[in-house]
Design a protein around this ligand. Structure first.
Ligand code: NAD
Length: 383
């Protein structure tokens, strides 16, 4: 039987949980024994009683924690990197035990070193390959979807205008104009949400495939500047743009920004600082009262001056630094995250034979090799 531990999250502001009563039932049916720390789901609306009814054993972190950590085969977490760095109980895990969650793996050498020293196996969900087989496990997509949706709601609530077109006795109100930078998962959901609210939406991306997706959702695509050094693509992701290209893009976007009521910034390049698409001079040309929501703020931001977790007023424009939006939709964000993680764990269980007593990792499997951050054999002969 595989023992799975679900700890309480410890990063400030983190409200999600890596397993819900639904996924506890699902994993129990696959032969796992679930241990959930008391209060783990409290911030996302899942109480201890519901976990108990679903078949989990609740553990009191104050008393018996180390004993449970020492028996765990798998630890499921959201902010797994913070748990590794802040929970002392991690030292009790046996070599080869699997830590599964978000690890912020790009360039995170100190975490890697720590996990290596403890001889733990860790899977970074940020590195999961974007292949069809792995879609049900894709936490970046499920969480980016939420962020794109919520960003438009925040912008609409902060805006000094209506979003839809309205014909009133006092005259006609024109629809708000949304500008969305980046047409990945978050950007496309922001587009769909803005359209549902009645906005006219313009979308910029550097990937050619984005144009059709934007147009199919009723958005108007802004073609990238025609320059030789246009950034290429790897595995569906944009590559880093040159400074000359970004300067040309900023010139192109200045006019669009001056017409926009809300700007949703989602442009990112994995493992790199976010492209700077709006500078201070461009903000000066925007209409006072307009709103910029910067989802890329944790990676340096698409917009100059945006600050993580706070709203800044600059030249009359509200800059909302939205770094943790999925946490503001904690119940559904957890429900989807937990399903993604359960799907990945089920995939690992399938490869470990019937009634496994330890997980066997198939290093030839692109889903496993793609997101393996550290790997050590489980004591007792398992992979
Ligand atoms: P991301 O968060 O890394 O980036 C968001 C968007 O920013 C991307 O569309 C990127 O092209 C864009 N961008 C980068 N530099 C830019 C610039 N200078 N100007 C404007 N836009 C810029 O991307 P993501 O949302 O994680 O999605 C990346 C890709 O993966 C997309 O092609 C998406 O369709 C694909 N995807 C595939 C699957 C699957 O097949 N399972 C699942 C999810 C996403």
């Amino acid at each position: 039987m595989i023992r799975v531990l679900v700890p309480r999250e410890c990063r400030p502001g983190e409200t999600r949980v890596a397993a819900t009563p639904e996924t506890v039932r699902r994993l129990s049916a696959r032969g796992c024994l679930l241990h959930v720390e008391q209060g783990a789901g409290a911030a996302s609306g899942f109480d201890d009683a519901a976990y108990g009814e679903a078949g989990a054993q609740l553990i009191d972190p104050a008393t018996v924690a180390a004993e449970h950590w020492s028996k765990a085969d798998v630890v499921l977490a959201v902010q797994a990197g913070s748990i590794a760095q802040q929970r002392r109980e991690l030292e009790a895990l046996r070599p080869g035990s699997l830590l599964l969650g978000l690890l912020e793996p790009h360039g995170n050498d100190s975490l890697k070193q720590q996990l290596e020293q403890q001889r733990l196996t860790a899977m970074a969900l940020e590195l999961l390959p974007r292949i069809s087989r792995a879609q049900t496990m894709d936490v970046l997509s499920s969480q980016a979807n939420i962020a794109g949706y919520k960003a438009v709601l925040l912008a609409s609530a902060a805006l000094d205008r209506y979003v839809p077109m309205l014909m009133t006795a006092a005259g006609t109100i024109q629809p708000a104009r949304a500008l969305i930078l980046g047409a990945g998962v978050a950007g496309l959901q922001a587009l769909a949400t803005a359209r549902r609210l009645g906005a006219v939406a313009y979308v910029s991306d550097v990937r050619a495939a984005a144009k059709e997706q934007v147009e199919s959702l009723g958005g108007r695509f802004i073609d990238p500047p025609e320059l030789e050094q246009k950034p290429g693509e790897t595995g569906g992701y944009a590559q880093q743009a040159t400074e000359d290209f970004l300067a040309a893009q900023r010139r192109q976007l200045t006019e669009q920004l001056a017409l926009a009521d809300m700007v949703i910034c989602t442009a990112q390049v994995p493992g790199r600082p976010a492209p700077r698409l709006i500078d201070d001079a461009m903000l000066q040309h925007m209409r006072p009262g307009s709103v910029v929501v910067d989802l890329a703020v944790a990676q340096g931001g698409n917009c100059e001056g945006s600050q993580p977790g706070t709203t800044v007023l600059r030249h009359g424009v509200q800059l909302i630094g939205a770094d943790q939006l999925p946490c503001s939709v904690a119940n559904h964000a957890s429900a989807l995250y937990a399903r993604n993680v359960a799907a990945l764990l089920e995939h690992l269980l399938e490869a470990s034979g019937s009634e496994p007593t330890a997980l066997q990792l198939d290093l030839e499997d692109p889903i496993v090799s793609g997101c393996l951050f550290t790997h050590h054999a489980m004591a007792g002969g398992a992979a």
